[in-house]
Design a protein around this ligand. Structure first.
Ligand SMILES: [Fe+2]
Length: 353
């Protein structure tokens, strides 16, 4: 066989996951500023602070750069051509993968309401233009100190979420996939009246379900056509690798089963263990539904984009065989209440008699 056996793959993953010593890496600051001159002067100030920088000129590029580069701090202008800085900041703080990156919001006006909006959006700092070099330096140093402390307190968690970010960034077709899954899964979990801890585990499970793909050959992940039997075997290892990766999490006992079992099928035909029905952990049944839905409604190398309504109809077709009917029913209700689909009613099966 040309592929590595499972245990070998897992061992390789553990080797690859040793984080680099942070001492050798200068801190990188992302500047989000649409004015080129201002961005350049901020970059010069950052260099004086002994840090590196990169620049995004609009909000969407900023989110992409955060996903790809995981900066240590973000300087965020409020007035951007596409999305305002408060919205970007709030989005970063809602996302487990990015919420610990400190954000300093920079505004052009001495405005109390802008300051309050910055606090509301979760920003760690607020500065007015023109930026005072000394104040900027002090704020950067103090926020980077706090971040390093945070990182050292939660090394396992931050490394694991960084890996999830890497997996997402590796695949151009799945941008925003993890966050959408977390939103869908949380909505279902809330409707099922799950406890707060179960909801948090579900959110983590949604964000980390494919983290094991970090150990899978990229040519297999991106392959446009059908996978060979050998390639399928390799691909399936991502559930087991993922379970090992999330093992250091404090919530591993709840998150691990979601990661391991998110490709099980209700009828027992899935992997890795061929579990069926209610033997499949509820979180894994939820993630399986929302993962399939998001794959159908976003561009992938192997499918066309379906409308939300058409994707829901596919879910109905597979409910009771691929997916848990109860979970699909709850998800359909939420999609309809959000106005994302016309009808949440399960279509009647066609009769050929
Ligand atoms: Fe997966």
């Amino acid at each position: 066989m040309w592929f590595a056996p499972e245990s070998r793959l897992v061992d390789n993953m553990q080797y690859e996951y040793q984080p680099e010593p942070s001492l050798s890496k200068p801190d990188t600051i992302l500047i989000v500023e649409d004015n080129k001159d201002v961005a350049e002067s901020l970059a010069a100030l950052i260099e004086e602070c002994g840090c590196g920088s990169c620049t995004a000129f609009d909000g969407r590029s900023a989110l992409r750069l955060v996903a790809q580069n995981s900066p240590d701090l973000i300087l965020l202008d409020v007035n951007l051509p596409d999305v305002d800085g408060f919205t970007i900041c709030a989005e970063l703080k809602r996302n487990e993968l990015t919420r610990l990156i400190p954000v300093i919001i920079i505004t052009a006006f001495a405005d109390r309401s802008a300051q309050l909006k910055s606090i509301q959006a979760g920003a760690e700092g607020y500065l007015q233009k023109p930026v005072d070099a000394e104040e900027l330096n002090l704020r950067i140093q103090s926020l980077l100190r706090a971040k390093r402390l945070n990182d050292s307190l939660e090394p396992a968690e931050s490394v694991i979420f960084a890996l999830a970010r890497m997996v997402e960034a590796k695949d151009e077709y799945t941008e925003g996939h993890l966050q959408r899954l977390a939103t869908y899964a949380s909505a279902i979990g809330a409707r099922l009246n799950l406890s707060n801890i179960a909801l948090t585990a579900l959110r983590y499970g949604a964000l980390l379900h494919d983290v094991g793909k970090v150990g899978i050959d990229e040519t297999i992940i991106r392959k446009p056509g059908r996978l060979t039997i050998e390639e399928q075997y390799v691909m399936q290892q991502h559930t087991l690798i993922g379970e090992r990766i999330v093992a250091p999490l404090r919530m591993a006992a709840r998150v691990g089963p979601i990661v391991r079992h998110h490709h099980e099928r209700w009828d027992g035909g899935g992997y890795p263990d061929g579990l069926a029905g209610h033997d499949i952990p509820l979180g894994a049944r939820i993630v399986a539904v929302v993962d399939a839905f998001d794959a159908m409604t976003t561009q992938r190398p192997y499918n066309k984009i379906l409308s939300y309504q058409a994707a829901l109809e596919r879910l109905w077709e597979g409910a009771g065989s691929a997916w848990d009917l109860d979970v699909v029913t709850v998800f359909a209700g939420w999609l309809a209440d959000e106005g994302l689909v016309r009808s949440a009613v399960r279509p009647r099966r066609r009769s050929f008699s």
